[in-house]
Ligand binder design. Structure first.
Ligand code: HEM
Length: 411
């Protein structure tokens, strides 16, 4: 009995102290960020540099919301695939027609995006990735197969979707400063990718400026027959659907059953399973929010997302979905928990099947369809030089400020 009391005498104050630290530090970094970086009011936001935007964005990706940011970006990609003009072009390229190409296409897209967004804005790695994306787009842009509206819409999804997901599923919303940083960073990437922002109304900073895009996004999405549209287009065109997230497939299936319900074909079973599915998701999410907000200290070590550069100059992917493209074979990648899961599912491990999945890593200029692997060196070099001068010039520091100066005739 005395022993039991002695344990509680230590445990109870310990638990109270822990909860106090959670309360004290959960919001500490986001609340002190404006004064630490010198952006204490909205006027200061409009002077935000791309470097600061990148630092804040990386803080969100690696410390505050790693899971939601990467899931939302994956869904942004999937949503873009749902637009008829985009899905039909992607099917036409043939990259979605076999299991190997579809996984490689998905991995290459992820690697190039991570390289372009998570590396410092004017760094050689970021520039190399943007130059490669521009090269891969160049023929389609020149022939009008990739339109300005589709580019703006896709970019807006990357810029807006993570903040929407955070607002819906996370333990707090993005602050105004964080929204400004996300908007500033994606605006800069849009400029580098040649996105035409003239289609945009409004003149506020950061994500606020993306309000106009959000409207456009909504209009475009309302023209899409439903979230399963992308998947259906790919199916009709003989393309694979491996990239369709499982939960979307599950929701589609339940919706199909619900339609059967409304016709009276399944005795109301589907509506019940849909309701219990929603209840499960909502309960899980509420518990997750509560645990993170009240019981968990903020992340101390970053959840690294950026691919890893090797001394050879090649770059390794950190994780893989179906096939281990560009993943370095190590004891952890071949014997760790992820490897066991892959092995149980009958998948391929890093280093299996010789060089098929490039265990030696990638360089950005090799990414994209296999037929273009050795192509585009000269065009990319010219693009690299253009981007270098654009991204390092004084006017390139804050894209929104530069625009304002132009409009007011100050420069
Ligand atoms: C800002 C928006 C966009 C970004 C950030 C982006 C990003 C990328 C990336 C990273 C790749 C390389 C993929 C690979 O390695 O195969 C790529 C290739 C490509 N993208 Fe985009 N993209 C954007 C908009 C679009 C739009 C709107 C379309 C179509 C209407 C499009 C069509 C293509 C095509 C056809 C390829 C060539 C690769 C292939 O043949 O499959 N992209 N894009």
């Amino acid at each position: 009995m005395t022993m039991w009391f002695a344990q509680w005498e230590v445990l109870l104050p310990g638990a109270i102290l822990y909860l106090y630290f959670v309360k004290r530090f959960r919001f500490y970094r986001s609340e002190t960020m404006p004064s630490r970086l010198g952006y204490t009011n909205r006027k200061a936001f409009s002077r935000m540099t791309v470097e600061d935007a990148w630092k804040i964005h990386n803080f969100l990706v690696e410390f505050e919301f790693p899971t939601i940011f990467s899931t939302a970006t994956m869904f942004a990609l999937f949503k873009a695939y749902g637009i008829p003009s985009i899905s039909s072009l992607l099917c036409m390229t043939g990259q979605f027609s076999s299991k190997d190409t579809v996984d490689k296409r998905y991995t290459d897209t992820g690697c190039l995006l991570l390289e372009a967004v998570l590396n410092p804005p004017a760094s050689p790695r970021a520039i190399e990735a943007i130059a490669r994306i521009n090269y891969l787009h160049s023929t389609y842009r020149a022939t009008g197969k990739i339109t300005d509206a589709d580019m703006l819409y896709t970019l807006s999804l990357f810029a807006l979707e993570p903040s929407r997901w955070v607002a819906k599923y996370e333990w707090r919303e993005l602050t105004s400063l964080e929204k400004c940083a996300v908007g500033t960073l994606w605006k800069r990437l849009g400029d580098a990718l040649g996105v035409n922002f003239d289609l945009l109304p409004g003149s506020r900073e950061g994500l606020g400026r993306w309000g106009g895009v959000a409207g456009t996004t909504g209009q475009l999405e309302s023209r899409v027959p439903g979230c399963s549209h992308g998947a259906r287009t790919y199916e009709q065109e003989g393309c694979r659907r491996d990239f369709v997230p499982h939960c979307v497939e599950a929701t589609n299936e339940i919706q199909a059953h619900r339609k059967a319900d409304s016709r009276g074909d399944s005795g109301g079973k589907a509506s019940r399973s849909y309701d219990s599915y929603l209840t499960f998701i909502r309960t899980f999410n509420s518990i997750r929010k509560f645990v993170l907000l009240r019981l968990t200290l903020p992340r101390v070590r970053p959840k690294k997302r950026l691919p890893i550069a090797a001394s050879s100059g090649r770059i390794h992917a950190r994780r893989y979905n179906i096939q281990p493209w560009y993943v370095k074979p190590t004891i952890v990648s071949r014997c760790g928990p992820a490897a066991w899961r892959t092995w149980l599912q009958g998948g391929v491990l890093p280093g299996d099947q010789g060089d098929k999945y490039f265990p030696q890593g990638f360089i950005a200029s090799e990414l994209g369809p296999t037929t273009l692997r050795e192509c585009g060196k000269e065009k990319m070099e010219a693009e690299r030089q253009r981007l270098e001068s654009e991204l390092t010039s004084e006017i390139g520091k804050c894209p929104f400020l530069a625009q304002e100066r132009d409009q007011s005739g100050l420069c």
